[in-house]
Design a protein around this ligand. Structure first.
Ligand SMILES: NC(=O)c1ccc[n+]([C@@H]2O[C@H](COP(=O)([O-])OP(=O)(O)OC[C@H]3O[C@@H](n4cnc5c(N)ncnc54)[C@H](OP(=O)(O)O)[C@@H]3O)[C@@H](O)[C@H]2O)c1
Length: 310
């Protein structure tokens, strides 16, 4: 089924979680405001038009960066941001207030895509979807998305919106060679049937699929607990295969293979980049295709190394 026109011609996007985030990404340590400016201008020069942010990234800093940087280009961009349904946000007013605050930080009259960041009680999914409808009627958002919703929750949102004549446009899920649950639990198939675009977040597994981390050189901070030394050791056959397959395509890197694999699955990956060099590398995932055999080999190897779960 056809997906929402905001995704026409969007093959890849840019994730901006690290713009201003100290807790996970150590903003200010190893990358600066200037790096962020360079990433944005290279993204535009490279044809990237889809940018993903959220009100919680860097406590609003990511949206502020994006707002300032958008003023430096005349290209038409597709901006996606997110509402966090914190348990203390109980009223519809809190939704409108959050959306308006995001638009203020982004310095925009409207966004292309507004997403519910996580499913969180106590407010029901239909209530938030009603708020989405209202925001759409007010011209503040073009399309509706969800994120981190399981299959049941996605269907609740999708059924509700379809009845109201504004079909759910997208769902943003963690998806990469080390996390393929959506392929196996029916979500991906249901989204394809309903024309719901899947936006793949952390498509490089927070940098792990670049191949630069190993049991001898693990990442630090929050990532260290998610991807421990044992796991990093276990996935090396996959990393090796990615590098080898990249050689069949003019020496593409593991990161480029990881992103190309995701695009080959029909999703939009939104890798983050802390500097222009990383962005440049990631853009190298465009303009070529892994073969069907190579896709299958990667699937099999990913199943093998992930057998015991991430
Ligand atoms: N909806 C949600 O709940 C949710 C959750 C997470 C993310 N997201 C979205 O998804 C976007 C991307 O996910 P992510 O930032 O978690 O992870 P990612 O894109 O998988 O990894 C990004 C990180 O990998 C490293 N990296 C990127 N390109 C590289 C390259 N070419 N060579 C070497 N290292 C490279 C950088 O970190 P180091 O240099 O420090 O290794 C970079 O910050 C986010 O910005 C956000 O927009 C959404």
């Amino acid at each position: 089924m056809r997906t929402h026109p905001i995704f026409d011609h969007v093959e890849i996007g840019l994730g901006t979680w690290s713009w201003g985030d100290r807790l996970v990404w150590s903003y200010g340590n190893g990358y600066s405001d200037q790096d962020i400016e360079e990433v944005f201008s290279l993204a535009i020069a490279s044809g990237i038009r889809f940018f993903d942010t959220a009100e919680v990234y860097g406590r609003g800093k990511s949206e502020q960066f994006l707002g300032k940087l958008l003023k430096t280009t005349s290209e038409k961009t597709v901006i996606a941001t997110k509402f966090m349904p914190f348990p203390w946000r109980l009223s519809r007013k809190s939704f409108t207030r959050a959306l308006r605050a995001s638009l203020d930080r982004l310095e925009l009259p409207a966004v292309a895509l507004y997403q519910i960041h996580w499913p969180m009680p106590p407010v029901s999914i239909p209530t938030w979807m009603e708020c989405m409808l209202e925001a759409h009627q007010q011209g503040l958002i073009e399309a509706v998305g969800v994120s981190n919703y399981d299959l049941r929750q996605t269907l609740v949102a999708s059924d509700f919106l379809t009845k109201e004549g504004l079909p759910l446009a997208s769902t943003q899920m963690e998806y990469h060679l080390l996390e393929r649950r959506i392929e196996k639990n029916g979500l991906m198939k249901e989204c394809a049937d309903r024309g719901i675009k899947i936006i793949a977040y952390s498509p490089l597994a927070m940098g792990i699929l670049t191949g630069k981390y190993s049991s001898e050189n693990p990442p630090s901070g929050v990532r260290a607990s998610q991807y421990n030394r044992e796991f990093l050791g276990r996935i090396q056959p996959l990393i090796l295969m990615m590098k080898k397959l990249g050689m069949n395509h003019d020496g593409k890197t593991a990161s480029q293979v990881a992103l190309n694999w995701a695009m080959g699955k029909g999703v939009i990956p939104i890798p983050g980049a802390k500097n222009a060099h990383q962005l440049e590398m990631n853009v190298g995932a465009l303009g070529w295709h892994l073969t069907e055999d190579e896709m299958s080999m990667l699937d099999e190897m990913s199943d093998t190394v992930c057998k015991r779960g991430v």
